[in-house]
Design a protein around this ligand. Structure first.
Ligand code: ASP
Ligand code: MG
Length: 436
């Protein structure tokens, strides 16, 4: 069985929903994971922000706008009066449910419940469309099987067992529709897998059922070998390894959520990135196969802050790095890149939320320097030591760009460079010119 996930823009209008229905019909049983219609989760977040501020009028204004959009979608989506009415009733009841949160106390619990409504609504409308078209489909609610534990990690045993039960219950239907992004937490409350988490849902589901393939459908023809928003003439990469895909997804390639690679990799299930606007195109196939002797792609991650700690005490001392890392850990701030010398260490972070506290604590161990507005350029490929000259080629391409940090040898697939944001465009272009 395959798992097919469609993102917000792929279900962003009545027309798009209809083409998804066509894409998923035929060719055997499958699980179809849907995001909320594009923009919905942002609107729901806006509603929760208003409700935290007790601005009920502001919240209701956004609900009214959502209701209008969904009602128009319903009118266009269904053919018969019967289903148009059914659709309008569903939209009405969801909006009423969202409005009901304006009356009481508002906490994270209510916030998460509101954020879940987008995926619930989209899948309900999609299911009724399949039904109206006489196609074989069933809804399998994510809230009945998708679950995270008290560490906010997926509870894979629970997911596997409960998904299996649902699939057995619906053993005759062809298209099994479920929600991406939403789940329950360790207390059984409604929760989610973080923004953009539908890809993660698809990957967890794929791993749970040992799917033949996980397909992530979006609006471009797979992962590109450089950032198409910055560099002209980029092309789609036809095959990537899990490790390369994980680095690229994390370091900027927006098409796939970084968390979604690991479950597929662990279960060794190929992930295919496909384009709803060009369904027959090859797209990108991510698998355990590592291509030899090539540099595969370049990506950039913005809004990076670099922190340098210089200390005479680091000289010949042990335990220094541990102390430094513990400070970052205590503020739950992940480190992306790291370079060391005998008297200093530089690290990068992508969240400045606790920067001031971190710097204050680091001062105990040495002189601290902070550089904001940095960009990590990540180059992935077969970068094993034996491939002489690859690192040279990369550095030669950026010979005119000031380099703040270089990281090589952390894995066999990656070289990372830290540069000023203002040099990003010319660095990406120079790398494309030299490497591809
Ligand atoms: N609807 C959620 C979001 O916008 C999840 C997703 O689309 O992946 O973040
Ligand atoms: Mg997405």
């Amino acid at each position: 069985m395959k798992v097919l996930k469609f993102g917000g823009t792929s279900v962003g209008s009545a027309k798009r929903i209809k083409s998804v229905a066509d894409l998923v019909s035929g060719n055997g049983r499958k699980i179809v994971v849907l995001s909320a219609m594009a923009g919905t989760t942002n609107s729901l977040e806006e509603i929760t922000r208003s409700l935290y501020k007790k601005d009920n009028a502001g919240a209701n204004k956004v609900v009214d706008k959502l209701e209008k959009r969904y009602t128009e979608t319903v009118d266009e989506l269904y053919t018969s009066e019967e289903y148009k009415k059914k659709g309008r009733d569903i939209v009405g009841s969801y909006m009423e449910h969202i409005r009901s949160f304006t009356v009481d106390m508002f906490t994270v619990y209510e916030e998460k419940a509101i954020l879940a409504q987008g995926e619930l609504l989209t899948t309900a409308l999609f299911y009724y469309y399949m039904e109206e078209q006489g196609r074989s489909a069933a809804l399998i609610p994510a809230l009945d099987f998708m679950r995270i534990n008290s560490n906010n990690e997926p509870d894979t045993t629970y997911i596997e067992e409960n998904l299996k039960k649902l699939l057995e219950k619906h053993n005759s239907e062809e298209v099994l529709i479920t929600q991406g992004y939403i789940c329950r937490n360790a207390f059984g409350e409604i929760d989610n897998l973080q923004r953009g988490g539908s890809d993660y849902s698809a990957s967890l589901i794929g791993a749970a059922i040992k799917a033949e393939e996980i397909q992530i459908w979006t609006d471009i023809d797979g992962m590109h070998n450089n950032d198409p928003r910055v560099v002209e003439g980029t092309r789609s990469i036809s095959e990537l390894s899990f490790d390369e895909a994980a680095e690229l997804a994390y370091f900027g390639a927006k098409i796939l959520h970084p968390t979604s690679v690991l479950p597929a990799k662990l279960a060794n299930i190929p992930v295919r990135l496909l384009n709803t606007l060009e369904p027959d195109a090859h797209g990108t196939l991510i698998s355990s196969k590592q291509h030899k002797n090539r540099i595969t792609a370049v990506a950039a991650k913005d809004n990076i802050t670099a922190i340098k700690i210089k200390s005479g005490r680091m000289l010949l001392a042990y335990g220094f790095l541990r102390k430094v890392f513990e400070i970052f850990e205590s503020y739950r701030t992940p480190i992306d890149m790291i370079t060391t010398s005998e008297v200093g260490v530089s690290v990068t972070i992508d969240s400045d939320e606790h920067l001031d506290e971190i710097v204050e604590d680091l001062k105990k161990y040495g002189y601290v320097e902070v550089d904001k507005d940095q960009v990590i350029i990540c180059i992935v490929g077969d970068l094993v030591a034996e491939n002489n000259g690859y690192a040279y080629k990369i550095l030669e391409a950026v010979k005119d760009v000031p380099l703040r940090m270089i990281s090589y040898g952390g894995s066999n697939y990656n070289v990372s460079l830290l540069i000023n944001a203002k040099d990003k465009e010319r660095a990406l272009k120079a790398l494309s010119g030299k490497l591809f």
